[in-house]
Design a protein around this ligand. Structure first.
Ligand code: 5GP
Ligand code: ZN
Length: 114
């Protein structure tokens, strides 16, 4: 899938609506449309990379920002103290449905391993 058809690229370009919770020049965070926890956010690089196999295309700064922003939006949503999960479903066996790298930030309930 290229950037033209990628739904997360469309969200970055504001061609599709989303509930944005954080944005800078390189990183966007928004609410998951099908939240599976009281807090379920997605943190993405604005640059299209499919998954970890392509992470070398991101700068070290952007890669680090993905984790920093995950922490920031978790704090913003009040789950830092209780704890939260940051998950990447990488590839089809892991259940990756959208092939634009994204970090799930999940919190507000007890989260186990699948
Ligand atoms: P994956 O299974 O690829 O790790 O997760 C993709 C996530 O994107 C799912 O949790 C799904 O609910 C979410 N999602 C899919 N389409 C949209 C959309 O159009 N808008 C938003 N906000 N989330 C989406
Ligand atoms: Zn994309």
């Amino acid at each position: 899938m290229d950037e033209k058809d990628c739904i997360f690229c469309k969200i970055v370009r504001k061609e599709m609506d989303s509930k944005v919770v954080y944005e800078d020049d390189e990183v966007l965070a928004f609410e998951d449309i099908n939240g599976r926890a009281p807090v379920h956010l997605l943190v993405i690089p604005k640059q299209h990379v499919a998954n970890l196999e392509e992470i070398g295309a991101l700068s070290d700064t952007v890669t680090k920002r993905l984790f920093e922003v995950s922490s920031e939006v978790a704090r913003q949503h009040g789950v830092t103290e209780g704890g939260y999960a940051v998950r990447i479903n990488n590839g089809s066996d892991a259940g990756q449905e959208v092939f634009h790298l994204h970090l799930h930030v999940l919190g507000g309930k007890r989260l186990g391993m699948p």
